[in-house]
Design a protein around this ligand. Sequence first.
Ligand code: NAD
Length: 487
Amino acid sequence: MSKDIKYLVLENYIGGKFVPCSKLIDSFNPSTGEVYCKVPDSGPEEVDAAVTAAKKAFPDWSAKSPAERSKVLNKLADLIEARLEEFAQAESKDQGKTITFARNVDIPRSADNFRFFASSVLHHTNDCSQMDHMGCLNYTVRCPVGVAGLISPWNLPLYLLTWKIAPAVATGNTVVAKPSEMTSVTAWMMCQLLEEAGFPPGVVNIVFGTGPRAGDALVSHPDVPLISFTGSTATARLITERSAPYCKKLSLELGGKNPAIIFADADMEQCISTTVRSSFSNQGEICLCTSRIFVERCIYPEFLARFVETARRWKTGVPSDPSNDNGALISKEHLQKVKGYVALALTEGAQVHCGEGVDKLTLPQQNASGYFMLPTIISGVKDSSALMQEEIFGPVTCVTLFDEEEEVISRANGVRYGLSATVWSRDVGRVHRVARKLQAGLVWTNCWLVRDLNLPFGGMKNSGIGREGGKDSYHFFTEVKSITIKH
Ligand code: NAD
């Protein structure tokens, strides 16, 4: 490493101040493979300082009215929006996603998360029983839980972090958040806006670092009674074990192996373009991405041919070029893992129709070491294969055919995950029937990723525990108390 190279060096944000960390870890630009940023390698000491600051801030913050807190959240949304381009550039460079995706999805949604919870927290109502119930008045109140521990992944960095911070602080908690060590920059940029937005010191603390050090210290901290985690199912198991001795409140938003079920009467045009998007958006690095496509036998040849043709037009390249649909995958290790599934498919006798090993990707010289991969479509894979059972989390999707409605429902449900599904048909009765029988927290019919933030979000089976979203986040981030008054 040349001495002249200047890296962006991040600092923790604790008690309203930036605090340097003595140990740092490298963060890579996925489109070049070069280190461009140094991230604090925080451990128990830094986490403890952040929890102390959050505990200190809790009495005043939780005593404010929802309307007062709401003002601060709305101001932060304004500040993020005013710097949308700066945030989008940073997210794209740090994560490898295209600038277009960061501009249109990640950053607007991050601002929306604050606006949505700033508003929704003003409109929740509590229960009240009839006045004459055994001569008593019964009603409920909801109280913030305390210091919330928030842990988020690398695929939608600021989007998913703010999806947790916003409801946590809107409901009166204070927080210690730990973003992924691979994508910390936009969280650090947001810290620069917190004071101007009006957050008192200690309400939002951000500690950067790895899962096994900073994440584990947060999960096992006795003064953090609640953990909201988004990430892999494997990490969720560790978190569940580590938090069990403290009986913490847990919300776990985990992986998926999401099916698309395409019936012969589907609107083929719309179905193909949306299924390309649902399979490959953000390099396939969205927990809701489609990775198993079941197509009714009579339309299978036509679907496959048109699907491959459309996927080939999904442009992969330098993230800063707004004409590209996909950028780079998050890391070298992840790229190798995803490519490993394609290699496995070949050993199992499957057919790779486009992308990896079939088509050639041309990149500028400076991106030759970036972690790029073309959208890849595979057929001829058995349902029992790892490709049909495990979350690949990259631009790879498998296509297979089916004959009967009951058969496809059972095969779609035949995985340990249950996050989302899409169903394509013009038959309203069938759409309702199939949607009800699918084991998935979210079912989209004739569309994908249409999100109403009021609705519960989360998965069944190994895809998670609990739901987040309007009322569900309100319930998760508060404790309910029943009060009985005899009169
Ligand atoms: P990950 O589980 O490796 O890491 C997620 C976060 O947990 C990171 O901040 C990481 O540092 C931290 N972590 C790791 N080990 C930890 C430990 N022992 N204790 C505490 N924290 C720890 O997941 P990832 O690779 O960053 O993200 C990809 C996964 O996230 C995929 O499985 C994807 O499906 C899932 N995901 C789910 C949703 C959803 O809403 N259901 C959304 C996005 C991503």
